[in-house]
Design a protein around this ligand. Sequence first.
Ligand code: ZN
Length: 201
Amino acid sequence: MAASPVGPEIERLIAALSRLPGLGPRSARRAALALIKKKESLLLPLAEAARQAAEAARICSECGNIDSRDPCSICADPSRDASTIVVVEDVGDLWALERAAATKARYHVLGGVLAPLDGIGPEELNIAGLIARAAAPEVCEVILAVNATVEGQTTAHYLTDELASSGVKVTRLAHGVPVGGELDYLDEGTLAAAMRQRTAF
Ligand code: ZN
């Protein structure tokens, strides 16, 4: 290995940054350099924000969301619709749905999808918590907002079976033409799903 041009403190910063999703060693070095050059306005505020977030962050014991309070601000919000639970794979999906203001329902974060080949079975996911929540009398509908991947759909089928005895309505997101999308650019699977799931005008 070539000798590092920087000391261990800076090397540790680069190594930590390079473990972030979407950042390889090259962009981590670039980011570290940008941070160090703007020590007062960028690096120190980032370090302080990271320390505070590390102290405050917790997982909601109700839904699995990440927030600085437990129950999270969504579960604690009385204006949210308690009759519907939106099931997502990951907290990032929950945040995406919130950014889109797609629903006023509450959520349930599975923490992944079923992947038997990788050793991820129902016990590894937050499925028992979902079944328990769906049994509450106020819950009428569970929306499976899992990814349109093979694993996501396998998980959706499994959950549909598990929820069958609870009597709640189980729905899933539509698959189809993206807003602003052109048919000619869609893959065959998306196009076929959009045709199957067509709706009345
Ligand atoms: Zn919550």
